[in-house]
Ligand binder design. Sequence first.
Ligand code: GRF
Length: 220
Amino acid sequence: MAEELKIGVLASGRGSNFQAIIDAVTAGKINAKIAVCISDVKDAYALERARKNLIAAEVIDPKVFQKREDYDGKIVETLKKHEVNLVLLAGYMRIVSPVLVEEFPKKIINIHPALLPSFPGLHVQRKAIEHGARFSGCTVHFVDAGMDTGPIIIQAVVPVLQDDTEDSLAARILKQEHRIYPEAVRLFAEGRLSVQGRRVVIKGAPECRDEFLANPPVRE
Ligand code: GRF
């Protein structure tokens, strides 16, 4: 029998993407258990969401550690304690070091609120507007040693409107994040993702192309 999928979530903030994953697991769309939510921020609302759903919630305070590697060592230890075999970054505001990445190769997934490789890093909704991009969106990708550089699993596109503010664009993108992040985790859970070089191949996936068609970039 295949090993049970046990998800560990790393989150620093409100955790709405985490909630989307919780909802998909609860609805039986993702065959997995969410074993733990770990945060670097003690009052992150994501922790509250974990507790409400009887998921272990742990805070690991970065200030206690001298180096990022030491901090990530503690994260690895905690994930292992909960027997995690898939790590989801959900609004996790720290750069992960090789200590974490090498322990979970192709088993760490992130959601980013732009169409990578455009606009990696922070404040990317603002950057997309300021750059004059006509479209932006979100990207679910595997995490590698770089920043927002890992193989892309799913993307969704939204228009950037002339009167958009950072907040209005972020809200439009977030709606799509909540749709594609659980979808990517479902594909992982079903063993349908394989990484070939930079590319992620999705087994038996007409929805790969439908993904774009189902999400045409029209004005809401
Ligand atoms: C999302 O926009 C995500 O793409 C980015 O940080 C934000 C987190 O939001 N990495 P939430 O905590 O999931 O609500």
